[in-house]
Design a protein around this ligand. Structure first.
Ligand code: FAD
Ligand code: FES
Length: 270
């Protein structure tokens, strides 16, 4: 039989497990039929017959988790349908697509992860990679902000990260009686990071305004723009540079990104 060269053809993946990360975010552990390699920062196009297709970042790390892990927030048509799925059901995957976080630029340096809301999902893949190779990096920090305590994802895993040497500041906008962490915007806690910002690197992910303000603040503190990295969201259809849906600045976010340094963003996207 002739080999099918249809680049849009998704492949089947079995859902092994589904767990609630919060009231509107679920973690899916999936096993693709085809052996699949990926890197932190990449994404899949996830589809359900008769419903549609959406880009979703990979939140797992090869060498740590057995299955591909995808954290999905229920916001609309496709993500709501995905939330109905259970272990044993199937979904469809294309990819992985996009570039990946460059961890090599941070070797020998202090590394700061700054996450807002579901921005922790793509960063988790890199955080676990860095912690697995901790000897190659300096001090590793995380500032993670969420709306309230019940929206904070991976709270149990964060405790394990602390045991592995991650220095963590958790912050919420709306506090409650049980909360012992910090409050306010992630940028309001940068002073607590004991590092020389001129020699450190950072990976930032969250809502657009948070990314913008955080990158600006890190740059003002002397961090070189090429060492400030983020991953961007854009409306996507094909995920592989064919449809033009994600065109921004002078390029397609799906193939040239979604990972960008602040330096690249200034040159190519603004
Ligand atoms: C590279 C990339 C990685 C992503 N990774 C994740 C992830 O790991 N987990 C996750 O939960 N979501 C992720 N998203 C966002 C996710 O793709 C959208 O939430 C999803 O496409 C919404 O589809 P829907 O049919 O459920 O919603 P729709 O019915 O299409 O829309 C519902 C609402 O969501 C808004 N919306 C739809 N798509 C986007 C988008 N791309 N960006 C911002 N707002 C949007 C719409 O304006 C509308 O208000 C990622 C997006 C990109 C581009
Ligand atoms: S999503 Fe089609 S070109 Fe990027």
């Amino acid at each position: 039989m002739a080999k099918d060269n249809n680049i849009y053809l998704p492949s089947k993946a079995l859902i092994k497990d589904v767990t609630d990360l919060s009231c509107d975010v679920k973690l899916f552990k999936v096993m693709p039929e085809k052996k699949t390699q990926y890197l932190p920062g990449q994404f899949f196009m996830l589809s359900l017959w008769g419903t549609g297709e959406v880009p979703i970042s990979i939140t797992s790390t090869i060498g740590l988790q057995k299955h591909i892990e995808l954290g999905i927030k229920k916001v609309g048509k496709v993500t709501s349908a995905l939330h109905e799925l259970k272990a044993g059901d199937t979904l469809w995957l294309r990819g992985p697509y996009g570039n990946n976080f460059n961890a090599d630029i941070s070797k020998g340096k202090d590394v700061i992860f700054i996450a807002g809301g579901i921005g922790i999902l793509p960063l988790r893949s890199l955080i676990n990679f860095v912690l697995m190779n901790k000897k190659e990096f300096g001090r590793v920090f995380l500032i993670y902000g969420s709306k309230n305590t019940s929206n904070m994802l991976f709270t149990q895993e964060i405790k394990q990260w602390a045991k592995k040497g991650l220095e963590i500041i958790l912050t919420v906008d709306e506090t409650d009686k049980r909360w012992k962490g910090s409050t306010g915007l992630v940028t309001g806690h940068l002073d607590k990071i004991k590092t020389d910002f001129k020699k450190a690197s950072a990976y930032v992910c969250g809502p657009e305004i948070m990314i913008e303000n955080t990158m600006k603040e890190l740059s003002l503190r002397g961090m070189p723009d090429k060492l400030i990295t983020t991953t961007l969201e854009a409306r996507m259809k094909c995920g592989m540079g064919k449809c033009g849906q994600c065109y921004h600045g002078i390029e397609y976010i799906c193939t040239n990104g979604p990972v960008y340094s602040y330096e690249e963003m200034k040159k190519r996207l603004y």
